[in-house]
Design a binder for this molecule. Structure first.
Ligand code: MEV
Length: 298
């Protein structure tokens, strides 16, 4: 018996970190993703690229996902089209792709809620106490406005006009759990100082969803800029992310920000004329590519 599973990567357009505190986040599936090929076996063996197959948590995650569908083992080969460097949901895409593959191996169809549940078990192993926005976006696709539960609320956002998004990688690995814990500490120690700022990040995500629905991309770009400033104030940016954002704006982007946990990983820039923005980011020493968000392929 063999089976395959695929799931796209994700980007957070607005609301990262705020989502952990119960505020909304606006996130989108990327055209690229993670694919797994499975052959039935006695126990789980994982090989390939795109996920840290040597990390023991990957095997534990596979066993947990397997258990959710009554599968005790499979030889799993992983391939990933996601740029390396993190921030683009590679762990969440892997978890959803594997859950889809395992469900297929178990002969289960139409079980998306169980697939999301199993993928969330894996995400908790990788990231501590994640909000769930990453794997939910990878599983649902398109653009979503997400609020963590209980009960989790997920609205699919219609896209009036595909978003020309330049995705840039710092190439610097980061830990989501550390960044989330750092902000949680600030909020706990001085809520009056930090809570309004976190709430504003969530409000930008909610308002940004309306911009996406209306095709108001200049307004969305301005929200990217405000969100990046707030996230920097929260201590989750880094010099590389600030450099990408600065270079992208100077090259004509309507707005730019870090995406995901920060401290490394990736940044995004809204760029109706993406060529000069991509060139400028590459000239500054970072990888960059164009992703159309909300097009048929995302
Ligand atoms: C990471 O992609 C998004 C964060 O908000 C963490 C989470 O939601 O679990 C930083």
């Amino acid at each position: 018996m063999s089976a395959v599973g695929f799931a796209p990567g994700k980007i957070i357009l607005l609301g990262e970190h705020a989502v952990v505190f119960g505020h909304p986040a606006l996130a989108a599936a990327l055209p690229q993703g993670v694919r797994v090929e499975l052959d039935a076996a006695q126990s789980f063996e994982i090989s390939g690229v795109g996920v840290p197959v040597d990390d023991p948590r990957v095997l534990v995650a596979a066993r947990e996902i397997g258990a959710a569908f009554g599968i005790t083992g499979a030889r799993v080969r992983v391939t990933s089209e996601l740029p390396t460097g993190g921030g683009l949901g590679s762990s969440a895409a892997f978890a959803v792709a594997l859950a889809r593959g395992v469900a297929a191996l178990a002969g289960r169809v139409g079980c998306e809620p169980e697939i999301e549940e199993a993928a969330f078990i894996a995400e908790r192993l990788f990231h501590g106490r994640p909000s769930g926005v990453d794997h939910t976006t990878c599983a649902r696709g398109g653009v979503v406005l997400f609020r963590k539960g209980p009960p989790t609320r997920v609205e699919q956002v219609s896209v009036a006009r595909s978003l020309p998004l330049v995705v840039a990688s710092t190439g610097k690995a980061r830990s989501t759990a550390t960044k989330v814990a750092g902000l949680a500490r600030l909020v706990e120690e001085a809520p009056a100082r930090w809570e309004p700022l976190v709430a504003r990040l969530g409000a930008l995500a909610e308002a940004g969803a309306k911009d996406v629905e209306r095709g108001a991309i200049a307004a969305l770009g301005a929200k990217f800029d405000e969100a990046h400033a707030l996230l920097s104030e929260c201590g989750v940016s880094c010099p590389e992310l600030d450099a990408i954002v600065d270079v992208a704006r100077k090259a004509g982007a309507l707005g730019a920000k870090l995406t995901g946990a920060g401290g490394g990983g990736a940044a995004i820039a809204l760029a109706p004329e993406p060529g000069p923005v991509i060139e400028a980011i590459r000239a500054a020493g970072f990888a960059a590519h164009l992703a159309w968000i909300g097009s048929e392929t995302a």
